[in-house]
Ligand binder design. Structure first.
Ligand code: SAM
Length: 246
């Protein structure tokens, strides 16, 4: 059963009260009944095993049977700068990156992005992708929800990485380093940022700009992967190297 995210203000001593969309989902979609148990997690990285005491169209009341604290993180945080992809592909890659442990997702506009969003679509688009990330994190039983930022220019992403971040740019047809051997930070204070291009790929200038900003070009081999495939493969390799995949 997924771990559903609530906020700490839903918890009062040993009881939980849930209203709004999560109540609707539990009551109408999952048909949860009195006596059943659900797992809830909050932004304070606390997790609660809750037995439903009452559920109606206005509120779910539950009794906390067990509390858990998030284990101390052992791995660096992963940030994905994903150039915008057409239609469902962007939804799909946000969902997969959320399942695979990305901490933040930044949609990027780059020169060869096919579908540039109009300014008035940026916020609704970010809200929709944030919901996708939330649902994926719940289903993956993650302790935290990845943060989906509003779309920004790739050049901003390249220039905006905090000091000491290991910044990698996935470059197709390039002479990049292998992701299997590039040096990674160890421990939870470390940060890794990965930039993935759009269907049309990076331009020479964008690659040069990224390198100028300290990004290391990285290859995933000679096959040209779809962008969304490249993101999943890169996250899988990184998370495996960081011991996050068992
Ligand atoms: N249109 C480009 C071309 O034909 O050269 C291909 C772009 S590819 C579909 C989209 C993005 O996925 C690339 O910009 C890169 O970030 C990533 N990617 C795909 N294959 C890759 C590979 N073998 N190594 C590294 N990155 C790759």
């Amino acid at each position: 059963m997924p771990v559903f995210f609530i906020t700490a203000d839903h918890v009062q001593d040993d009881t939980v009260r849930i209203e709004g969309p999560l109540l609707h989902h539990l009551r109408s979609s999952l048909r949860c009944q009195v006596g059943e148990e659900v797992w809830l997690g909050d932004e304070a990285k606390q997790r609660y095993r809750v037995q439903i005491v009452d559920i109606n169209r206005r509120v779910l009341s539950g009794r906390i049977l067990q509390r858990q604290r998030m284990p101390s993180p052992t791995s660096p945080t992963l940030t994905i700068g994903q150039a915008l992809l057409k239609g469902e592909r962007m939804d799909w890659v946000i969902q997969k990156a959320s399942e695979l442990g990305a901490a933040s997702l930044i949609p990027l506009v780059s020169r060869q992005v096919i579908a540039r969003p109009p300014a008035d679509r940026l916020v609704p688009q970010q809200q929709r992708w944030q919901r996708i990330a939330l649902e994926a994190a719940q289903q993956a039983e993650r302790w935290e929800v990845p943060v989906v930022h509003t779309t920004c220019e790739a050049t901003e992403f390249f220039a905006g990485q905090p000091v000491h971040t290991v910044s990698l740019i996935l470059t197709e047809r390039g002479d990049g380093r292998s992701l299997a051997s590039v040096a990674l930070p160890s421990g939870p204070e470390g940060r890794v940022a990965i930039a993935v291009g759009p269907e049309g790929g990076w331009t020479k200038e964008e690659r040069g700009n990224a390198l100028h900003c300290g990004f290391t070009p990285v290859t995933l081999g000679t096959r040209i992967l779809r962008a969304e495939t490249a993101t999943v493969v890169a996250l899988a390799i990184l998370q495996s190297r960081l011991g996050e995949l068992g």
